[in-house]
Design a protein around this ligand. Structure first.
Ligand code: ADP
Length: 482
């Protein structure tokens, strides 16, 4: 089998640096591709957190003036990943989050910071690092969007390119005046090139110039080609639809393994759910909810934002409580939503519990202890929460959009009769739609035998990276070999 070399270009990768699902995907792909004869290395910015985890590394390139300062490209291993790290202190030696300052404002030089990342990817793609000349460069989201463009404009060696969109809502529009600073040719600044309504579109560049486009679920791939879901990119995406496909993400089934999860009070499996009951009691205690194993316990593990439909949940809250259910919310995000959930917890003591912040351990316990997990997103490229829920026997209750539609089988009469239902879907994505879904869940909960069957069906659903790894590998081979 011919080995294919792939370079992944991304602004975050688990476990080195993570702010969202993107890092989980970039972190999982190298191992998922390996069995298929694809060796993937990952290029990431040298944030302090990344450099701190980089073991002994080799300096493979350097440039005294790379986007306004000295930069070195380091090759090494970090937390088990083969990485290239772009060490450019003037761009990345900053505390905290990769994208924003302590006040939550975008770093003003984000265009330069991520153009540098993308150009470094194109340079490696051009064959400048002896010993790793990739057949393919895989760019993720707007932060890496210029990589396929730099490669397309290059006079030298050109690897194949794949652009993956994890969330079309983030597009990296930057001022046109930066064209020369970002080392982009003026001739490319046209509507058919990287121009986007008077700005440079960093994601648009990737969508325009990459050989293949992917996104993280088949339904989202279809949605982003429509005016409703295309966020202004649908015209370009429709024109390139023959190059676009959706591949549903997996999750790390070792990190998410209810049979041996040290973050839980006790392990459990589909055949032995006793440990689940202990997690439910623990969640009820930790969230200040009434200890009651018979109460239907809904959980939320989410960014608290409009995209995630948190306003719909607040609107539907009374119906949820009228159904006799409880709600445990873990999340952080918009201040208004945070306050509204805290207020609800005050108003309904023992029935609504809220923890603000990001807490991996608590997320695992909620998945293990809640009876159902609510994901009422307005749009959802893939969504990982519902995949974790399936694996942990928490019945996912999801809006019928994007990856949620592709990963949950609705408990309609036919699916229940056929023994394939794994959760509940609702549509339209409104408070009324969510209320109706909650009512359906309450009815399902009342039939505990059927509920347990649905739980077991969800737990048997393959959420691993095995199938997605195979699909990415097939795509990479197709684009490289044909
Ligand atoms: P996003 O749009 O935020 O990337 P995803 O569902 O794709 O949404 O991935 C987010 C991941 O982070 C999920 O696994 C989710 O459960 C987890 N997560 C979200 N918020 C929190 C939190 N406050 N604490 C712990 N984990 C969280």
């Amino acid at each position: 089998m011919r080995q294919i070399l792939a370079l992944s270009v991304c602004s975050e990768v688990f476990p080195l640096i993570k702010t969202g699902g993107l890092a989980d995907v970039t972190g999982a792909l190298p191992a998922a591709l390996r069995p298929h004869g694809i060796t993937m290395r990952t290029l990431v910015p040298g944030y302090p957190a990344v450099l701190a985890q980089l073991g002994s590394a080799e300096r493979v390139l350097e440039d005294p003036n790379f986007f306004g300062g000295a930069a070195r490209l380091l090759a090494g291993t970090a937390a088990g990943l083969e990485v290239f790290v772009l060490d450019a202190p003037h761009l990345y030696a900053r505390p905290g989050n990769p994208y924003v300052d302590g006040q939550g404002r975008d770093w003003p030089d984000n265009p330069q910071r991520f153009a540098a990342l993308a150009l470094a990817g194109a340079v490696i793609g051009g064959g400048m690092v002896a010993g790793f000349v990739p057949d393919i460069v895989h760019a993720h989201d707007w932060q890496a969007g210029l990589a396929p463009a730099y490669i397309a404009f290059s006079e030298g060696r050109r690897p194949a390119t794949v652009m993956t969109v994890h969330n079309l809502a983030f597009q990296g529009q930057v001022p046109a005046s930066l064209l020369a600073t970002l080392r982009l040719p003026a001739s490319a600044y046209t509507p058919d090139g990287l121009e986007y309504y008077g700005a440079i579109g960093m994601l648009k560049a990737g969508l325009r110039y990459a050989d293949r486009l992917t996104t993280v679920s088949p339904s989202y791939a279809a949605e982003i080609c429509t005016p409703e879901g295309g966020m202004g990119m649908d015209g370009l995406l429709r024109a390139r639809a023959h190059r676009l496909c959706g591949i549903l993400n997996g999750i790390d089934t070792q990190v998410w393994d209810p049979g041996q999860d040290a973050l839980l009070p006790a392990p459990f499996s589909a055949g032995d759910l006793v440990g689940r009951d202990l997690s439910k009691s623990a969640v009820q205690a930790q969230f200040g909810l009434k200890a009651d194993s018979a109460a239907l316990l809904f959980g939320v593990v989410s960014r608290l934002t409009h995209q995630k439909g948190m306003d719909l949940l607040l609107e539907a809250l009374e119906s949820l409580l009228e159904a006799g259910a409880q709600l445990a919310v873990l999340g952080s995000g918009d201040v208004a939503f945070q306050e509204a959930f805290l207020l609800a917890a005050d108003r309904y003591p023992g029935r609504v519990g809220v923890r603000l912040g990001y807490d991996e351990g608590l997320a695992h316990r909620l998945q293990a202890g809640c009876d159902a997990i609510l994901v009422p997103s307005r749009f959802e490229p893939c969504g990982l929460t519902q995949l974790c829920a399936l694996r942990y026997g928490a019945v996912p209750v999801v809006s019928r959009v994007g990856g949620l539609a592709d990963s949950v089988i609705d408990a309609n009469e036919a699916a229940v009769a056929a023994g394939v239902a794994t959760g509940v879907q609702f549509w339209p994505v409104t408070a009324a739609g969510l209320r109706a879904a909650i009512a359906r869940v309450a009815v399902l909960w009342a039939n505990r035998l059927a509920w347990t069957r649905m739980q077991a069906q969800g737990m048997a659903f393959d959420v691993s990276w095995a199938a997605p790894g195979k699909r990415y590998a097939a795509l990479f081979k197709e684009v490289v070999l044909f």
